[in-house]
Design a binder for this molecule. Structure first.
Ligand code: ATP
Length: 385
């Protein structure tokens, strides 16, 4: 846990970089600090490992006031990853990764074993990369070593200052994905600085949007995008915030439409009757185990002979419930499909159509703004008017 209590930092020249800041990062939570250049993000972060001392206020790490801790000891308990990660050029990747265990006096073998484990965890095979020197790695690989090194001594707290800022967008997205996977395993308490709202939204459990020296909004990505607290935040997150919000809004069962469902072995007349009863133009086709097979158009079901199996078409566009709406949208475009199936494990739950997707987004925004569940939102849609 990291806790800021009324923290102010005024530099010698009178610049107030951080002004009366109070917030908390819960244990195992990842909080992103996002804002324009010069708004105080780095100052905030560097106060946690005492590279910068606050002018007033208190910072607690794991319940203890850091002002009372020895700075060197403190830094060994706090992993730190920065953009220019500062690997030692004359040390191998394995030695670099084992730096903190070494400083903590671990036995050499234990430290190296741990370093190899961490390299593996960040996707670098230690038998391939362990003996290389930093200048024999790509930018993305160096950043991975930086993350492995920060985690090597298993610190409870991790500070990350634009760690993926220096790599190209494709590598950056890879690193973000890998880091999310890693964080789901190690569950560190993380403070992550970025000036990129997309990155902040993608990684943060919560986001602190900085104005000048102050937090303008501290909330979940979905809330910041759906209900910006101030015009400044709305402006910062961008006019396309609805689009961004798609990537942080999960599909819920209540969002789904229930088209008629038929089974592969149903006789065609039975399927046709089912479709006619609903006035539907197509039905979802399930297999014997109620798993998704595909769909059948109404005109194909109109025959008298045979079973659904003879005319069913495969459906490749499907998603697990809980996947972000953006993924559903992307699947619709990729498969040129007017709907995607949503599954819970193997079980078919329903389908998401563009209209339902839009409703889900609207509902989730209203739910966040009103502090209620998405299913309880009373939404007036174009179809109702
Ligand atoms: N040593 C210093 N002396 C005086 N002013 C400083 C010092 N370090 C930072 N500042 C000022 O404090 C403010 C906040 O700086 P900080 O580095 O925390 O911003 P930031 O949000 O991390 O910016 P960036 O995204 O550009 O790194 C800026 O106005 C900066 O010029």
């Amino acid at each position: 846990m990291i806790r800021f209590e009324h923290v102010t930092k005024r530099y010698a020249d009178g610049t107030t970089a951080v002004d009366d800041l109070s917030f908390e990062v819960a244990e195992g939570e990842l909080v992103t600090l996002v804002g324009p250049s010069g708004c105080g993000k780095t100052t905030t972060m560097k106060m946690v490992n005492r590279l910068i001392e606050p002018t007033s206020g208190r910072i607690l790490v794991e319940g203890g006031d850091i002002a009372e801790a020895d700075p060197v000891q403190l830094r060994r308990r706090i992993g730190y990853v920065i953009q220019q990660i500062g690997l030692f050029p004359h040390k191998t990747v394995l030695e670099n990764t084992a730096t903190v265990p070494h400083l903590l006096g671990w036995q050499r073998k234990k430290g190296r074993d741990r370093a190899a484990e961490l390299l593996e965890l960040v996707g670098l095979d230690p038998s391939v990369y362990g003996d290389r020197y930093p200048d024999q790695l790509s930018g993305g690989q160096r950043q991975r070593v930086g993350v492995a090194r920060a985690l090597a001594a298993d610190p409870p707290v991790l500070l990350m200052d634009e760690p993926f800022g220096a790599v190209d967008p494709v590598v950056r997205e890879h690193l973000q994905t890998e880091f999310l996977r890693l964080q789901s395993q190690v569950r560190k308490t993380v403070l992550f600085v970025t000036h990129d709202i997309e990155e902040a939204v993608r990684l943060g459990d919560r986001i602190a949007v900085y104005g000048s020296g102050k937090i303008e909004q501290f909330d979940t990505p979905a809330s910041v995008l759906g209900a910006p607290a101030t015009p400044y935040v709305a402006d910062f997150v961008g006019a396309d915030r609805g689009l961004k919000r798609l990537s942080v809004t999960p599909i819920e069962p209540g969002d789904l439409e229930q088209p008629p469902v038929v089974h592969l072995d149903d006789p065609l007349p039975k399927a046709a009757a089912r479709l006619a009863a609903d006035g539907a133009r197509w039905a979802v086709v399930l297999d014997d185990a109620d798993g998704l097979h595909g769909w059948i158009p109404a005109d194909a079901a109109d025959g008298t002979e045979g079973t659904v199996r003879d005319h069913a078409r495969r459906m490749e566009a499907w998603l697990p419930v809980g996947a972000p709406l953006k993924q559903a949208f992307s699947q619709m475009l990729q498969h040129d499909a007017g709907w995607v199936a949503v599954l819970d494990g193997e079980r078919f739950l329903g389908v998401l159509t563009p209209a339902r997707l839009h409703e889900a987004l609207r509902r989730s925004i209203d739910a966040d703004a009103g502090g209620i569940a998405r299913g309880d939102v009373d939404l007036q849609t174009v179809a109702d008017v």
